[in-house]
Design a protein around this ligand. Structure first.
Ligand code: GLA
Length: 737
């Protein structure tokens, strides 16, 4: 009986296919626990991008038919393709543009086959194989679906089997067509000490492009992560929101083209600008991965998907809580000797800090690194400042119960350095034109394998100086201009942007193969390299050189839309703040820093009296909430952008037994206004004790401190906090009873 039913179904399907001339290719479905991405193959063997959104659970018959049954031929051509190449009737910004060996400008991709492989219980890889209808150009689209995290990554590969060279003028990682009444794009802009500033705008007809051409420090001014909300500005807990993030640390281009059929065409990938790639016969080029997620429950769930995915797949050791850090930079800058550092280590130990990081200024002898004007490139310990070497310091830290870390910036060189004199050809340069400095430095040409070896060796040699070095802060303090390479041949100069990043990743890969367990911080003048391409090899990012509490509320809000709290290093610094000159209470500075990976970046001797006790307690309290902050789910309650001058969010442990709430006042509020918010993410059926931590001596912000409430009450009625003053703040620990 069952067999008969199946047979009848098959006959029906085949009949249907025959009637409409369709090839018997079933819809290609890429699914996670909650999402479906669906492609179909039309009668012309084109792969149609059918759907990406909430999972389709019902009948598949509808998918076979939609897009061609009952539609005139011309409509077929309007169906969005999986990977639109320039050619045929496609006139929008293409995902692929190739000039063939014979000079032909157009490409017409057709379906060849597809393969699906279950990589493990959570990951499924689907590869779509396409080929040009007339020319031996092969395209592979690789999708990896992460079931539990509801993330799908996509990348593309083009292989040339033509008899001569082809030119790849544009190859995106992904194309996504959307159709709705309106589209709202949330994207991020910035500058030094002001990264990840959110902007949301309604997209109108034409093309909105977010891009960089800077090569290095690529995410300082724009970030390759974004949200698209359908039909209304994105909301925290409802509405259709797509989240995208390109895993690439170089030039990127995200284009959002609203076309005449009111479709939004989203093309994301490396920036094709000045990057034509010549492929000889049998050669190929592969794109970085585009990371996609979606939720019909707003941007909150989109962030949680990114965080779950990031901790498991997008960064190093995302399952282990991070140590608290004292970094020497703002406390000592370039001016220190062994005693300065040992005193800082002593003080860090008294505060209960777990890692000491020696920042810039420890190296260079012929050209000592006493400012940012010299020494970069000469990675030998400065014998005047540190006569007993790094191992002596690292050993000292370990004896005091701390781990030890060190700063490097191996991609760069000061003109005043032995390295620049020895290898001027390693510097990125545009022929005979002037080599322009920025922060008194040049960039080394990582497209050159010898430079890759050098950069790898710097890491290796630095770590080898002591068995106690367990953390590296990797910096990159300028972008690329006046581009050019002495290594790449003259007809391949336009490969530079691609080869630089590939070179960097090759170095990262070698480092991680040898040092899988070392902690590495990703820094590029602060958040200049905040992307999942680099993050994969790192434990955390330094989101900004701006350590001012108020500014950090905004910067961390932006960064934590895509990266989990454990990945955002957040350090308490001194007041007035060195970057902004603003004064902030120590409590506010701690309350902001404790919402990420807590650290300090100051001279600990400057914290005295009551503030000393406060800081010591805050560090202890952080260790109590750390697993929830670093490994829990983020629920945002009040956005700092909403105009109320309050900001609040919570972290809730996966088992919902612990939660922590952070609330900040960003300005003075009138006497009669008050902060009251409903909590999120708790178990309504459980009782929770709510305890305020990090209290200023003799004051509190929560009148019901220590009382027990049901989860339902907290989520339906909410809590009131006395945080009306400018830079008042509150941290509540919420524990199941
Ligand atoms: C960059 C980093 C800082 C610090 C300095 C050192 O600006 O972002 O944190 O390491 O370099 O020169």
């Amino acid at each position: 009986m069952k067999f008969l039913k199946q047979f009848m179904l098959l006959v029906l399907v085949l009949l249907n296919l025959q009637l409409f001339g369709q090839q018997p290719v079933k819809p290609i479905e890429i699914t996670t626990d909650k999402l479906s991405m669906i492609f179909t193959v039309d009668k012309n063997q084109r792969i149609i991008y059918h759907y990406f959104g909430n999972k389709i659970e019902g009948s598949r018959q509808a998918f076979l038919s939609r897009g061609f049954i009952g539609q005139p031929d011309s409509n077929d051509d309007l169906a969005p393709l999986a990977f639109p190449a320039y050619g045929g009737r496609y006139y929008l910004n293409p995902a692929l543009k190739v000039t063939h060996a014979d000079g032909l400008l157009t490409t017409d991709l057709m379906y060849e086959k597809h393969e699906e492989v279950k990589l493990d219980n959570n990951k499924t890889q689907t590869v779509l194989y396409l080929k040009d209808r007339l020319y031996p150009i092969y395209v592979q689209l690789t999708f990896t679906a992460f079931a539990k995290e509801n993330v799908i990554t996509q990348s593309a590969k083009v292989t040339n089997k033509e008899k001569g060279n082809i030119k790849v003028e544009n190859i995106a990682s992904s194309y996504l067509p959307l159709h709705a009444e309106s589209y709202y794009l949330t994207h991020f802009n910035g500058t030094w000490a002001h990264e990840m500033q959110q902007e949301e705008e309604k997209l109108n007809h034409g093309i909105k492009v977010i891009e960089t051409k800077k090569g290095v420090r690529a995410t300082q001014a724009q970030n390759p992560s974004f949200l698209i909300s359908l039909n209304h500005p994105s909301q925290e807990d409802f509405g259709d929101v797509y989240g995208g993030s390109l895993a690439w640390s170089g030039n990127f281009n995200l284009s959002f083209e609203l076309d005449e059929s009111y479709r939004l065409n989203v093309v994301t990938g490396m920036n094709p600008f000045a990057s034509t790639f010549t492929l000889s016969t049998n050669d190929f080029i592969e794109t970085p991965e585009m990371i996609w997620t979606f939720s019909d429950k707003g941007r909150g769930q989109v962030s949680r998907n990114f965080h779950d995915w990031g901790r498991k797949y997008g960064m190093a050791h995302g399952d282990k809580v991070r140590p608290t850090v004292l970094n020497s930079w703002e406390g000592a800058y370039f001016t220190f000797d062994e005693k300065t550092i040992k005193d800082m280590i002593d003080d860090a130990a008294k505060f209960g800090i777990e890692m000491f990081v020696l920042d810039d200024g420890w190296f260079g002898n012929t050209y000592p690194r006493n400012s940012d004007g010299a020494g970069l490139g000469d990675w030998q310990t400065n014998v005047k400042k540190l006569p007993n070497g790094l191992n002596n310091l690292a050993q000292y830290a370990v004896d005091k119960g701390l781990q030890f870390g060190i700063w490097i910036e191996p991609e760069m060189v000061n003109p005043d350095s032995e390295l620049a004199k020895k290898h001027p050809e390693w510097v990125v340069q545009s022929g005979q034109r002037e080599k322009l400095t920025m922060r008194n430095q040049w960039v080394l040409d990582l497209s050159n394998p010898k430079v890759q070896d050098f950069v790898y060796d710097i890491f290796d040699q630095t770590v080898k100086q002591s068995p106690h070095i367990s953390y590296i802060k990797w910096d990159a303090n300028r972008h690329i201009d006046n581009v050019g390479s002495t290594y790449l041949p003259k007809d391949k100069q336009s490969h530079f942007w691609y080869e630089y990043v590939r070179g960097l990743y090759r170095v990262y890969e070698r480092i991680r193969a040898k040092y899988p367990d070392i902690d590495i911080q990703l820094c590029s003048s602060g958040g200049g390299r905040m992307d999942y391409g680099a993050m994969k090899f790192h434990n955390e990012v330094w989101p900004s050189d701006n350590t001012n509490g108020l500014d950090r509320v905004f910067i961390q809000y932006g960064a934590n839309l895509f990266f989990p709290a454990m990945a955002t290093a957040s350090h308490v610094s001194t007041s007035p703040n060195h970057q902004t000159q603003m004064m902030m209470p120590l409590k506010f500075r701690f309350d902001v820093a404790m919402s990420g990976r807590l650290g300090m970046e100051l001279q600990p001797k400057d914290i005295v009296g009551d503030e000393y006790d406060f800081a010591q307690h805050a560090i202890q309290d952080y260790k109590k909430i750390r697993p929830t902050v670093q490994l829990g789910d983020l629920y945002r309650m009040v956005s700092p952008y909403n105009g109320t001058n309050w900001a609040a969010h919570m972290y809730v442990a996966k088992d919902k037994k612990e939660a922590v709430l952070f609330a900040y006042s960003l300005a003075y509020h009138g006497r009669t206004t008050y902060f009251e918010e409903k909590l999120k993410g708790l178990n309504p059926d459980k009782n929770y004790k709510v305890v305020e931590i990090n209290k200023k001596p003799g004051s509190r912000t929560f009148d019901n401190d220590g009382e027990v409430f049901t989860g339902e009450y907290l989520m339906k009625v909410g809590l009131r906090l006395n945080i009306g003053d400018a830079f008042a703040s509150s941290v509540l620990m919420i524990s199941e009873q």
